[in-house]
Design a binder for this molecule. Structure first.
Ligand code: SOE
Length: 385
């Protein structure tokens, strides 16, 4: 095994920055078998990608992703791009024998996901799908509590992922609002995270019933070069049709008998990145809010009668996965840390030749649920996966 692995990243906006920080920080805080080298950054617009590379410490710049993925010195391809570009790049990278670190959501369709998984398996490369929220210490610890049986049998999953960045009708039509690039709105962007967490904490989903809606029909044309990180600038005075839904609701039945709900919207005024989930089991319950990611609430039926109630647990102790690699107990961490954790686990997986979850197989399952949601909303009936 090499003691250095060369990374080639494609994309340099919000996720390009979050991933770059992950590659840089991981060897400083985690004991990993190889050091990631920030070898080359790739993007179509040379001056922008060069400025990004200079700032984040990428050694070289490419403007053609095909060239990047075929470079013999690149070991890992990091796809930090919108989902319409994942399929073609992942297939090419896997065929070149590169390990893949791919931003969510995995693809436009489950057909694409299936092929991406197959080509990665055929070429023996590690494929990781970046649903980073699994790797916050609280969420990883909650999974341990579920596994140990502490919550008993899970009856209910209740999840809401709420944002408000497009409430203003003058917010331009960025790529996230175009079906040809994003496939769907919050159903893809937000419910992909939520379904990943549900699969991680409850299990596989069997049936889906869904409703989607749109609130704003057209928006100013976006200047994509000046837009990013959920901010945007208009280009000219024209307007274009919004081609994805603005909000999506799903109710599901899990294979293990639990039932659950998902609410995903970009129109929850006042909510910024408000991802909450609740788990109700036969022995106890858990509440989690991503905006307060260093803690969670726990209710245990084992507590003495008269003293039962939801208590707040600070997930910053060495017992909480990843937390001990950072600061002493009580010294909180933030949004960017889960990306660092993902990079650390990814490097370990590449070195050991073991899967890094969630991977494209998990991504395929997520795609199937999200597609079932759209199908259900359109047909007005329950869909079985
Ligand atoms: C936009 O809704 C977004 O950036 C998601 O795409 C990310 O996955 C999430 O982490 C924050 O919100």
């Amino acid at each position: 095994m090499k003691d250095q692995l060369n990374i080639g990243i494609i994309g340099y906006k919000f996720m390009g920055r979050a991933h770059s920080n992950g590659w840089r920080q991981a060897p400083l805080f985690f004991d990993i078998p190889a050091t990631p080298v920030l070898k080359a950054a790739c993007g179509r617009h040379e001056p922008y990608v060069r400025a990004f590379a200079d700032k984040w410490g990428w050694e070289e710049v490419e403007t053609d992703w095909k060239k990047l993925v075929s470079r013999p010195d690149i070991d890992i391809v990091d796809i930090a791009l919108p989902q319409n570009l994942h399929y073609e790049i992942a297939l090419a990278a896997a065929k070149e024998g590169k390990h893949i670190f791919c931003e969510k959501p995995l693809s436009m369709t489950s057909r694409q996901a299936e092929e991406m998984l197959k080509v990665c398996e055929d070429n023996g490369v590690t494929h990781y799908l970046n649903h980073n929220y699994r790797r916050t210490p609280a969420v990883a610890y909650i999974r341990k509590m579920v596994d140990s049986g502490q919550l008993g049998r899970i009856f209910h999953w209740r999840c809401a992922y709420q944002q408000d960045w497009i409430v203003d009708p003058d917010f331009p039509l960025t790529w996230q609002l175009r079906q040809d690039v994003a496939q769907a709105g919050p159903q893809w962007d937000l419910n992909s995270h939520a379904v990943d967490l549900a699969h991680f904490l409850v299990g596989d989903i069997e049936t889906v019933t869904s409703m989607i809606t749109s609130f704003i029909g057209e928006r100013p044309v976006a200047d994509e070069t000046a837009s990013g990180s959920l901010s945007a600038q208009a280009q000219g005075t024209g307007k274009e049709k919004v081609t994805v839904e603005d909000a999506a609701l799903m109710i599901v039945k899990f294979k293990n008998g639990a039932i659950g709900s998902f609410e995903a919207t970009r129109f929850a005024t006042g909510r910024k990145n408000h991802l909450t989930f609740e788990l109700y089991g036969s022995k106890g319950s858990i509440l989690f809010n991503m905006e307060r990611m260093n803690e969670f609430q726990y209710y245990s039926l084992d507590d003495q009668a008269g003293q039962q109630g939801f208590r707040t647990i600070l997930a910053t102790e060495p017992e909480h996965p990843y937390a001990g690699n950072w600061w002493p107990a009580g010294h909180i961490i933030g949004y960017e840390h889960a990306f660092v954790h993902a990079v650390a686990d990814f490097i370990k997986g590449v070195a050991a030749g073991t899967p890094v979850k969630p991977d494209f197989e998990d991504g395929l399952k997520i795609m199937q649920v999200l597609e079932a949601g759209l199908e259900s909303a359109e047909a007005g009936r329950q869909v079985t996966i």
